[in-house]
Unconditional design. Structure first.
Length: 271
């Protein structure tokens, strides 16, 4: 299996105002980009990495009053999303020891590193609760991170693991049975989860949200943006990235409403 992807190149200009550090756990080191004041939120990259759209999402969260921590999960920052980069990163993730891209009822091993990061972030914030936003391939991670007590505000945007090739995979939560039971215990004590997907997104199937509703009940809020043919906002059948690449900064637009709902959830849960 492949190890963690090596860090590539200098940070882009869009991250000039962000502080850079390195966090190490279990022998794996990754760069962190940190900026903002307020309650801490870990923002985890989707494929292919820390794109300009993700950095812009981080900036919006900072403007909303949060301290944002972005780990360099895929080893490249600032590059535009292209089909070639997506394919290359997906191919790497498929053989990486960090990601359970195909396995059923399995938590991606990188969740251990993310939980440790959340603990460290909480300690540095005087024991404050931590928010976590995952997207696409990292979309299930905040759910797995909920087994860490410091994580109190998990947001799952288009959670896409395991890859959807069958109804069984489409219903899988991308976490182990043990972690699922631990998450249920957290929810019984008041934990909540917020999740987003586009209604016709094959990569993040609707059956996954149905399963989460069945497993977690009222503790799970799943928001589905209409991407059906002829929808009012022009979303295509391939629309996928709710909070980043499909974001439109127009009041009343469903993508901006999703961002506003994320901010409201984080504020409520983080205090």
């Amino acid at each position: 299996m492949a190890d963690a992807e090596p860090v590539l190149g200098e940070p882009p200009e869009a991250l000039d105002a962000w502080d850079m550090s390195v966090f190490e756990h279990e022998g794996k080191s990754r760069r962190l980009f940190v900026s903002g004041e307020g309650r801490p939120v870990i923002l985890i990259s989707e494929i292919p990495g820390m794109t300009p759209e993700q950095i812009a999402l981080g900036d919006r969260l900072i403007e909303a009053g949060f301290k944002v921590i972005m780990p360099e999960v895929f080893g490249e920052s600032g590059a535009e999303m292209t089909n070639a980069k997506v394919v290359a990163r997906l191919s790497w993730a498929g053989i990486s020891s960090d990601w359970a891209t195909f396995s059923l009822r399995t938590t991606s091993p990188i969740a251990s590193w993310m939980r440790a990061l959340a603990r460290d972030v909480s300690e540095q914030a005087g024991g404050a609760g931590v928010g976590a936003i995952g997207m696409c391939i990292s979309g299930n991670l905040p759910l797995a991170m909920l087994t860490e007590e410091s994580v109190v505000a998990p947001v799952l945007s288009q959670p896409s693991l395991p890859f959807n090739f069958s109804k069984t995979r489409a219903r899988d939560l991308g976490i182990s049975d043990e972690d699922c039971e631990a998450v249920k215990k957290r929810m019984a004590s008041g934990a909540k989860v917020l999740a987003f997907r586009f209604s016709h997104d094959f990569v993040c199937p609707g059956l996954r949200f149905e399963r989460m509703r069945a497993e977690f009940g009222d503790a799970f809020t799943g928001v589905e943006l209409d991407s059906s043919p002829g929808n009012a906002h022009g979303f295509g059948r391939s629309s996928h990235s709710v909070l980043a690449h499909e974001f439109v900064d127009d009041d009343g637009h469903p993508a901006k409403e999703a961002f506003n709902q994320t901010v409201a959830f984080l504020r409520e849960r983080l205090g």
